[in-house]
Design a protein. Sequence first.
Length: 56
Amino acid sequence: MVESGFWIFLVEAGVAGLLFTGLIWWVVSGTGERDRKLREADEKLRAEAEAKSRQP
């Protein structure tokens, strides 16, 4: 049978992989919402600037 230290290593590697995957998922899912909000704010500012430039 394989030594117990090897199994501990496998479990630790699996947990580290899951934590890393969770971190990547958390960051990527958060950036989508933030990017949408920034894009909406940018479009609003651009529309306001265009409206001001058209006024005599």
